[in-house]
Design a protein around this ligand. Structure first.
Ligand code: EPU
Length: 337
């Protein structure tokens, strides 16, 4: 177990905000985690479990304990002629999991290539890209209840998945820490390449294979999204709003070119990037904060921005979208502090 005091989180958040935490604790296995959870001092402190910080906005220093898992490993826990169940430690880099699956010929997560973050957070967040969400392949999620210390294995339906949503994100539920995620991958992959420009990108490849899909997704992402190592960011800053069909019909009357995707219960998902661009924010900067010039849904730290500056700029974007379209954008990033 590693314990640090007054520890910088600059390398633990992809906005690279220079915040500190009072304590940083990193555990290697379930035993160490269980020990931390039962510790009285830990129970009295404010705590937050993080992955690689690719979806966090620290507004202030964190006056408590930041927990981080080092539980790694990828093993086939079961297989039959068609399917492989891959059990993955929560601290595995998500893209290493995708690379491992693709190189073994197991299909299901190739569209989710090159997404920053760790496997545990990916399952909590229900990451999604190019028409696929991790919920499509999650078999089960192993957890510890932070309050009762009970170990519980959530089946896929138990996770209550929705768009960028799961049971674990609902603040009305007891906090759970994810230790392992088991993915159900296919030995006889069927491809999902209908999303936007993925099909077009794939025309550059002689054959439709898992590696071709992975490479195509990586090249689209690299073209559109800034590398957090170069320009601090947390991917999509807002979620794409899901609106009632009637509201969408009215919107399309005013803006016939508005893109859209069908969502659950007859509702319609509208790309927030399009709404933000229409409000004139694409490529705009305010002090040390900017809207990325190639993807208006991404806010970037141009150098030494502070969390509150990013949050304030985001608020002005929300207001502009609300005034012009009557649509409320909700942040996808989690605000801390
Ligand atoms: N668009 C614009 N202007 C922009 C950006 C987008 O008009 O500046 C339009 C595009 O023309 C396109 C539509 O919006 O018609 C969708 O754009 P894109 O395919 O880039 O995807 P997105 O809806 O902006 C979502 C996810 C991304 C994911 C992509 C691809 C959310 C919040 N974001 O973005 O996920 O990679 O689809 O599937 O759902 C993330 O969550 O961090 C993330 C990057």
């Amino acid at each position: 177990m590693r314990i640090e005091q007054n520890y910088s989180l600059e390398r633990h958040n992809t906005f690279h905000l220079p915040v500190k935490t009072r304590w940083f604790m990193e555990y290697e296995n379930e035993e160490e985690l269980s020990k931390i959870l039962r510790d009285e001092y830990f129970q009295e402190c404010l705590s937050l479990h993080i992955g690689s910080g690719s979806n966090l906005l620290f507004i202030n220093d964190f006056n408590g304990i930041i927990l981080h898992s080092r539980i790694k490993g990828m093993e086939v826990s079961r297989e039959d002629d068609d399917t492989v169940w891959l059990r993955v430690g929560a601290a595995e880099r998500w893209d290493d999991v995708v690379a491992h699956a693709v190189s073994n010929g197991w299909g299901g997560i190739e569209n989710l290539s090159w997404i920053p973050g760790e496997a545990g957070a990916a399952a909590i967040q229900n990451i999604g890209a190019y028409g696929v969400e991790i919920k499509d392949v999650v078999d089960s999620v192993e957890t510890y209840n932070q309050l009762t210390f009970e170990r519980r294995v959530f089946s896929n339906p138990d996770c209550d998945y929705g768009y960028r949503y799961s049971y674990f994100k609902n603040e009305h539920n007891d906090p759970h820490i994810v230790t392992y995620v088991t993915l159900r991958l296919s030995k006889k992959p069927s491809f999902s390449v209908g999303y936007g420009n993925l099909r077009e990108e794939l025309e550059k490849y002689p054959e439709l294979t898992l590696s071709a899909v992975r490479e195509a997704v990586i090249s689209i992402r690299k073209r559109k999204l800034p590398d957090p190592e170069v320009l601090g960011n947390a991917g999509s800053y807002f979620m794409n709003p899901v609106i009632p069909a009637d509201d969408f019909a009215k919107l399309r009357e005013r803006y016939p070119d508005v893109p859209s995707y069908p969502a659950a219960n007859g509702r319609v998902k509208v790309p927030a990037g399009w709404l933000i661009e229409r409000c004139g924010f694409k490529g705009k900067t305010h002090g040390q904060v900017g809207v990325y010039e190639k993807q208006a849904l991404v806010l970037v730290n141009l150098g030494d921005a502070r969390g509150y500056e990013i949050a304030l700029f985001a608020e002005s974007i929300r207001e502009a979208v609300r005034d012009r379209f009557g649509i409320e954008l909700m942040p996808e990033v989690k605000y801390v502090g």
